[in-house]
Write a protein that binds this ligand. Structure first.
Ligand code: ZN
Length: 281
């Protein structure tokens, strides 16, 4: 299993350049690049050629662009904007040899007025993802949908996301399996069936403070092994599915943003490896 760093972990404390240097120093294999802020900031003073040059001359490689946000159940005009943004991401992937783009489903107003039937959510996801799949195909880029384990997200369980991926039925469309998102809305291991094996593209590892289902927030994430998630059960299941690609540590805890990013990157690696070592080398 390769080790990856998701930039959300030092989102408020480090730049992309710092993350690259520190992840390289501590031996990470991959980085997930935050396109919505850290990459934008990086490109104010650097170019994509600089980024490519860094990856070409160092061990660390790009795992994904993270993330294309809120792609489903949008107005026609907003959907067109999302698709234009996706096209830009494809060009970035091509430039820096990045294989994956993570995509995040829309949040919605959960009052009677705003909420949408699952059927309509899934139909919108399938339609847009099919279009993105066509666009990504000539680039050799894969799309990983990340269900978000909070009540207001339109795709908030493993089962729903996997159902959408199966309906899309394209080789280049799969899932992000995130242990926090899985726990957040009480996703079930029994839904991680054997046919999920080839559809789990990216694995986000983390832990969370113990709150009831539906009340866990990104800011409650803690170092792997320091919270209430049964990470051993997740790793056991992933191992059974022969998943052996990359574990990407992804935390969003305000206290960790107050720490020296070097300490965070070091500690994130240590705590992740400690949890992984029972099942993976
Ligand atoms: Zn995630």
């Amino acid at each position: 299993m390769k080790l990856s760093f998701n930039e959300g972990t030092t989102w408020e404390s480090a730049s992309l350049q710092q993350n690259l240097e520190l992840c390289e120093k501590y031996g990470y294999d991959y980085i997930e690049i935050r396109t919505i802020d850290q990459l934008i900031d990086y490109l104010k003073e650097n170019t994509l050629d600089d980024l490519k040059e860094y990856f070409d001359t160092h061990h660390i490689k790009p795992l994904s662009l993270n993330a294309l946000c809120f792609f489903n159940n949008r107005t026609k005009e907003d959907e067109e904007k999302v698709i234009e943004e996706f096209k830009e991401y494809l060009e970035i992937c091509k430039k820096i040899n990045c294989e994956y783009i993570c995509v995040v489903p829309s949040n919605i107003d959960v009052t009677e007025k705003g909420k949408t039937l699952t059927e309509e959510v899934n139909a919108s996801c399938v339609r847009v993802l099919t279009q993105l799949s066509d666009l990504a195909e000539p680039y050799g880029v894969k799309i990983a949908i990340e269900f978000i384990g909070i009540p207001q997200n339109t795709v908030n369980t493993f089962a729903q996301a996997f159902d959408i991926v199966k309906q899309v039925d394209r080789e280049n469309v799969g899932l992000v399996y995130d242990t926090f998102q899985f726990t957040g809305m009480g996703s079930r291991f029994e839904d991680v069936t054997d046919d999920a094996a080839e559809k789990i593209f990216i694995f986000h590892i983390n832990d969370v403070d113990g709150f009831p289902v539906g009340q866990m927030h990104d800011t409650n994430r803690v170092w792997p092994g320091h919270g209430v998630i049964d990470l051993e059960a997740h790793l056991k299941r992933l191992k059974e599915l022969n998943y052996d690609f990359a574990a990407s540590v992804e935390l969003f805890r305000p206290e960790y943003y107050q720490m020296d990013p070097e300490e965070v990157i070091k500690k994130a690696k240590e705590t992740t490896l400690e949890v992984l070592e029972k099942y993976y080398k």
